[in-house]
Design a protein. Structure first.
Length: 142
């Protein structure tokens, strides 16, 4: 049986729940494209079945920030996803606020935690500075 991976391209393309902006880039556009490419890579492997939160670039989820987050989680749960990956590209005015993070729901050594650690490890390959790693357990949504 294929592993079901729900890929959440964090944020809506416009209006409420749009993402960060930095250096002329918009988080909602970057996460859409990264999610689309990740979907193409994973769906080429018969071991994975994937679903995107935003299958089209103009897809808007929810009617406000809270309902947007709830709708993403509900879609993944209704589809019975094994893994929920939510993509984000943060921006900050503080140049020391750098690095990568993976947030994992649930305590202890889980499949999700191992996946998060593997993603962080791959992100740090061939980088000159060591990014901050963060894997605190806790809920993704209230």
């Amino acid at each position: 049986m294929a592993i079901k991976i729900y890929i959440d391209q964090g944020h809506n393309p416009r209006g409420f729940n749009t993402g960060a902006e930095g250096n002329g880039y918009y988080e909602q556009d970057l996460t859409y494209e990264i999610g689309r490419r990740l979907n193409n890579l994973l769906s080429a492997n018969p071991e994975f079945e994937t679903r995107l939160s935003r299958p089209e670039p103009d897809t808007i989820l929810g009617t406000n920030n809270s309902s947007s987050l709830v709708e993403r989680v509900n879609q993944a749960n209704e589809w019975d996803a094994d893994i929920f990956i939510s993509l984000h590209n943060n921006a900050a005015e503080n140049p020391r606020a750098t690095g990568n993070e993976a947030l994992v729901y649930g305590p202890g050594a889980t499949v999700a935690r191992n996946l998060g650690e593997n993603i962080l490890e791959q992100l740090t390959l061939n980088r000159s500075q060591k990014p901050r790693h963060s894997l605190p357990p806790g809920p993704l949504c209230p």
